[in-house]
Design a binder for this molecule. Sequence first.
Ligand SMILES: C[S@@+](CC[C@H](N)C(=O)[O-])C[C@H]1O[C@@H](n2cnc3c(N)ncnc32)[C@H](O)[C@@H]1O
Length: 199
Amino acid sequence: MSSSGFPTPLSSHAGRGIFQDVYEAAEDSFLLMDALQKDAETLQRMRQGCSSPRCTDVNPAAAHCTARTAFCNRVALQPVITDLVQGLLPRLGGQVDVLLFNPPYVVTPSEEVGSRGIEASWAGGQRGREVTDRFLPLVPGLLSTRGLFYLVTIAENQPDDIIRLMSHFDLEGESSLTTRAGNERLSVLRFHRKQQRRQ
Ligand SMILES: C[S@@+](CC[C@H](N)C(=O)[O-])C[C@H]1O[C@@H](n2cnc3c(N)ncnc32)[C@H](O)[C@@H]1O
C-alpha cells in the first residue's frame, strides 16, 4: 500500500532479471499515486464511459515491463514504445481525461538526455527540464475539455515557472502534493483548462 491506502500495483519484476534496465517505482512514483488518491472521487466519476488506458515509454524494456505489470494486476494495457506521445497523436487529440507524466527530471549534462536505456529514467538535462519542456506544448492538444494533467517535478525544475508557462496554453496549475525524499523536493503539479470548473 502507498501511504494513503491506495493499493500499490504488484511490480516486483521491475529492476530485476530481463527488466534490470527499468526504473523501479520509488518516492516519485508513490507521490504521483498519492496525488491520484487525493482526487479519487473526481477521477472515479471521470472514469465512467472512458476507453482503456494508454501508456508510452521510450525504453523498450520499460514498455515490456509495464505490460508485465499490467498483466500481474489484471489491467488491460498495451504500452507503446515511442518518444513521448508520437504515434498516439493526432488520434487521441482532445480525448485524454487523465494525463500522467513522471518524466526524467534530474539535472544532468544535456548529452545524457535522449537515451533509450535506464538513463532515460532520470536524465533531464538543463534544469532537469529538457524532456518535460518538449512534452508541455503537446498537453493542451491531448486533454479533453474536463481533462486533468499530473506532472512530477523537483524544485530544480522550477515548478512555478512550469505553472506560468502552462498558463500561456490556457491551463491552470497548482502543486497538488509535495514531499521531501532524500535531497529531492518532489511535487506533483495538477493542471486543468482555465474555463473548467474546479472540482
Ligand atoms: C522517472 S521514470 C518513471 C517510471 C514510472 N512511470 C514511474 O512513475 O515509476 C521516467 C520514465 O520515462 C521514460 N521516458 C524518458 N524519456 C521518455 C520519452 N522521451 N518518451 C517516453 N518515455 C520516456 C523512461 O524510460 C522512464 O521509464
